[in-house]
Design a protein around this ligand. Sequence first.
Ligand SMILES: O=P(O)(O)OC[C@H]1O[C@H](O)[C@H](O)[C@@H](O)[C@@H]1O
Length: 311
Amino acid sequence: MPQTIAELNSKFAIRDHITFTEDEPGLPKMRIATAASDATLYLYGAHLTQWTPRGGNPVLYLSPKSPLTAGKPIRGGIPVLFPWFGPRWNASEYDAAHGTTSPMHGFARTTVWTVDRVHLDPTGEVEVTLSLPEDEQAKAFGFPDFHATLEFRIGKELHMTLSVTNRSKEAVPFEEGFHTYFAIGNIHAVRVLGLRGSTYIDKRDNLTRKVQRETELAFSRDVDQLHVNTSEPLILQDPANHRAIHILKTGSHSTVVWNPWTVLTPNFPDLAEDSWEHFACVEVVNAADDRITLEPGATHGMAMAISVTSL
Ligand SMILES: O=P(O)(O)OC[C@H]1O[C@H](O)[C@H](O)[C@@H](O)[C@@H]1O
């Protein structure tokens, strides 16, 4: 049974700091206001749409045109992609055999997650653990005995850990991603560091494999790159906002960089014409060459830590 707003508030709310509401039908969310940060975490998709460290500026971009409608992904914030990244790798065979339509980037981002735990630290840091329901939908898409939990630590820094356990008797492949939309001041001046030497699949050039030669990845056109076999930490420099965003990853071997630019933006009805100037996606992922095969009884963890410094 899904948790009701009344149940969530009676069990997990903390006066003046944590409340649950459902302003859009089917999209319950948690509002966080503490000495360390302000944040909005939708249980729908386990989707953090807003995070502002106290005394700082919003770190995440949320599209003003985003649908906030059950069944549709939210555009912006941190979509959680699971159990596949992009189009499902075996969609045609799987869907033909099971009469399903595997949605882009998996079903986790359009599912209401369960709240398992909420804890407020005296420093204002909030810990939240959510789990993905093991329901008919998970079964229909071929992940019946997968237990996925997402632990958030939300404060001056943001920490997220997705842990997946295979409780079935067979090894099961899956993909995953934190598809973070970072709010930026001037896309032309933004640089992403940490990818030099990595091989990437260029989704804007027929999936051609290329090597990142430059130390700094700059944006001067539409970018959709899946870098494989890289666990390096990343830095997103945003001189217009006088800040650098540091992204540490653990258990993630792929990094995706995405900006639709003027060319692709019109394909996205939930993005305004000039939206591409206001965000850059740097995504902590396991996909393609880095797809994970989880043995029976095994657990895999993927973690991301984000901090902001001035530049
Ligand atoms: O529109 P969405 O399903 O949210 O996907 C948005 C984008 O996500 C990732 O960055 C992929 O690499 C892109 O190919 C995709 O266009």
